[in-house]
Design a protein around this ligand. Structure first.
Ligand SMILES: [Zn+2]
Length: 269
């Protein structure tokens, strides 16, 4: 069976069968270690994995308009997690002059219910969000009305035309890049809309972690309808450097889950 090309190495010469999960085949590049779904399902079928099917989606649609942001489930825990992630991420943004101190422009890709956006907005940042599932962001938009027109629903690749070049001081994508259908275009898109010197922070499952090695096809991060590309600390660095990012560094994960890592990178000045 033909193997899809490794997006890091730009060849399938080193790509081998890795394992089968839910009848989908993961392959692995023997050169860089990238694990990826060999033949991803069509986008419409992938989307069903996020909406959780008809009944779950219907319930969310019915509930979303009545719920305000502080009433969403696990509010306090989620806000505490968001404060830690935002404090870490924003610490890499360069010095600003006194009058600019509170005017950073921030985008959270895959913003979910908007906890990171709320944290940043409360600190005075101008916030933008992207989220695939519209109902998730409805409570945030009700409470933070001034930002509701800056929350876009769809895949990053579908909504990124709303953003200008050199627009953001900080972009985060927490547990998101593994979902990208076309990471080459999406990561280049992130670079384009960052300001020179702007910071991009990601968390993603680590294909090089012990759990991945020991559990093979039973590793929890292997979900072929959702996680299409599983990087490790090394090959992500190679990939983003090729795209044009600099100052790549790896950090401890915000939560370990199935074995994650955090990476920070910048757009060149
Ligand atoms: Zn490779």
């Amino acid at each position: 069976m033909s193997r899809r090309v490794c997006i890091v190495c730009e060849t399938n010469a080193h790509t081998n069968y890795y394992c089968t999960v839910d009848e989908a085949e993961y392959v692995r590049c023997g050169q860089c270690g990238l694990m990826y779904v060999n033949k991803p399902e069509h986008h419409e079928d992938l989307y069903k994995a996020y909406t959780g099917g008809f009944w779950k989606e219907l319930r969310r649609k019915l509930m979303a308009p009545v719920r305000r942001f502080p009433q969403v489930s696990h509010f306090e825990d989620s806000m505490e997690r968001a404060r830690q992630i935002f404090e870490f991420s924003s610490s890499f943004v360069g010095e600003k002059s006194e009058e600019q101190a509170d005017t950073g422009v921030y985008l959270d890709i895959g913003c979910n219910k908007g906890f990171l956006l709320a944290t940043a907005a409360d600190l005075g940042w101008n916030v933008y969000g992207e989220e695939l599932v519209p109902e998730l962001t409805a409570p945030f938009c009700k409470t933070y009305k001034q930002f509701k027109d800056q929350i876009y629903n769809g895949r990053f690749q579908d909504v990124r035309h709303h953003f200008r070049s050199n627009m953001f001081d900080l972009i985060t994508a927490i547990d998101v890049i593994e979902h990208f259908e076309d990471p080459v275009a999406d990561i280049a898109g992130v670079l384009e809309i960052l300001k020179p010197g702007g910071v991009f922070v990601i968390q993603t499952p680590d294909a090089g972690c012990e759990q991945a090695k020991q559990l093979v096809e039973k590793w929890g991060a292997l979900k072929p309808l959702e996680h299409l590309h599983l990087f490790d600390e090394g090959n992500l660095g190679t990939f983003v450097s090729k795209t044009g990012f600099v100052d790549y560094q790896v950090s401890e994960p915000f939560e370990d889950a199935d074995g994650n890592f955090v990476a920070v990178m910048k757009k060149p000045l």
